[in-house]
Design a protein around this ligand. Structure first.
Ligand code: ATP
Ligand code: MG
Length: 417
């Protein structure tokens, strides 16, 4: 992509009312646009990152047997009543609307009930189980505090997978697999070092659920980290009994602020019983399906990456989710050797599948460098008349600041590595 053609522009200042670091940087660099508090638009650069986060999650969900679907955001009241979730007292983040004839509708806050109801059409025998369906779908939540940028939105995409198993043992096996898939996801996205499997409240169905908590001061949760064990405990459930169960010494715990980037939950038969999702088992008995739910917010993850990995100059994307691999910067004047060489390299890169943002704009070098630091692409290539004369290209890594001068003939192999 040519930067001269990109309709978004970097800006010096974030909007005055934007208090979160992730949104400030993402807005300044042109990744997102703020429609209102808790509602953000993904711009061309931002969508590339979001799609990469989504692709990693999708790959891992397919890897554990997930089948992708998209449920509807418009939901009828009847879907929610059996589980007592239509009431504003029980679910206090509803956006509701109605049809012209007055029929009430809700904009889905989550999808356990909707999917359970739908699965009644597809699950009736033990031969249909286990089954795993997931989606990337827009949720609407009327969040009270929406001050965390893209980490807490009123409209956001969630990956939610739901598992349908014959019994608790089958559920437990999948639950463990999903947990490992989540560990891999956060590692691949670049948050492996900051993200802990965290014991959290399990609701009514099991002693605990597991949250994936990324340590950052921008988080709204408090967790206690055991570095020794590589796990954490949410403040909500910290008890002496749990510490004994996990073999953790209280002295080893460090209190940290963190953001929940994902969670996995044993739903047992809450939804299947209420909505009558049953199957006939091998002994011919009709029994309720055992369920689990597994959520991740790709936008929240993207925000957490910005919170954790940016520096004073701007964003620092991990390679796996960067909008482009290479930021090619031409310092040549019109008609110069450098301009010609930059154009040639741009063509070579696009022809060979290197994802490249090409700064071909007619602006000062200082401005190009500052924008490049703000945008945060992992590898910067600078083409000037000076480097051209030496038959070399300047390479600078955004993360380490390391600078190398590489011979023209070796550029492609360095990038591909
Ligand atoms: P929180 O306690 O932070 O409100 P939650 O318990 O409501 O989170 P879930 O309903 O389990 O979260 O949603 C699953 C995942 O969706 C979360 O782990 C998080 O990554 C993401 N998520 C939840 N709420 C939001 C939001 N308002 N904006 C962006 N992502 C969200
Ligand atoms: Mg919530």
């Amino acid at each position: 992509m040519r930067q001269s053609q990109l309709f978004t522009k970097t800006r010096k200042e974030a909007p005055k009312d934007e208090v979160s670091k992730n949104a400030q940087l993402l807005i300044r660099a042109g990744y997102v646009y703020k429609e209102m508090a808790g509602v953000y638009v993904y711009l061309p650069l931002g969508l590339r990152v979001l799609n990469k986060v989504i692709a990693i999650i999708r790959d891992e969900m397919n890897g554990i047997g997930g089948q992708e679907i998209v449920l509807s955001a418009l939901q009828q009241k009847e879907t929610w009543e059996p589980t007592n979730q239509w009431s504003d007292k029980e679910v206090d983040v509803w956006f509701k609307t109605e049809l012209k004839n007055g029929t009430e509708l809700g904009l889905a806050v989550t999808h356990e009930a909707a999917l359970t109801k739908m699965m009644k059409d597809f699950i009736s025998s033990y031969r249909h189980l286990p089954s795993y369906a997931y989606q990337f779908q827009t949720k609407f939540r009327n969040e009270t505090r929406a001050k965390s940028g893209i980490m807490r939105c009123r409209e956001f995409i969630m990956k939610d997978l739901y598992s349908f198993s014959k019994d608790q043992a089958e559920h437990d096996m999948f639950y463990e697999k999903a947990k490992q898939a989540y560990v891999r996801i956060f590692k691949r996205i670049g948050l492996g070092d900051q993200t802990y499997v965290t014991f959290a409240s399990g609701g009514m169905f099991s002693k605990f659920s597991h949250e994936f908590q990324t340590v950052t001061d921008a988080g709204e949760d408090v967790i206690y980290v055991s570095e020794k064990k590589g796990i954490a405990i949410n403040k909500e459930v910290l008890t002496p009994e749990l510490l004994i169960e996990l073999g953790i010494d209280k002295e080893d715990l460090i209190e940290k602020k963190a953001v929940e980037v994902g969670n996995i939950f044993n739903l047992a038969t809450r939804f299947s019983s209420a909505l009558d999702l049953t199957y006939v088992n091998e002994s011919g008995e009709k029994v309720p399906v055992v369920m689990g739910s597994y959520g991740i917010g790709p936008g929240r993850v993207m925000g957490a990456v910005v919170e954790c990995l940016s520096d004073e100059k701007g964003i620092v994307w991990p390679e796996s989710i960067a909008p482009f691999q290479v930021h090619l910067i031409s310092l040549g004047k019109e008609g110069s050797v450098a301009t010609k060489k930059a154009e040639e390299l741009y063509k070579t890169f696009t022809d060979t599948g290197v994802e490249v943002l090409f700064d071909d704009r007619d602006v000062r070098p200082g401005e190009k460098f500052a924008d490049s630091d703000l945008i945060g692409i992992p590898m910067r290539l600078v083409i000037s008349d000076k480097t051209c004369a030496e038959g070399k290209v300047e390479v600078k890594y955004r993360k380490t600041g390391e600078v190398l001068f590489i011979e023209d003939s070796k550029i492609l192999s360095v990038i591909k590595k």
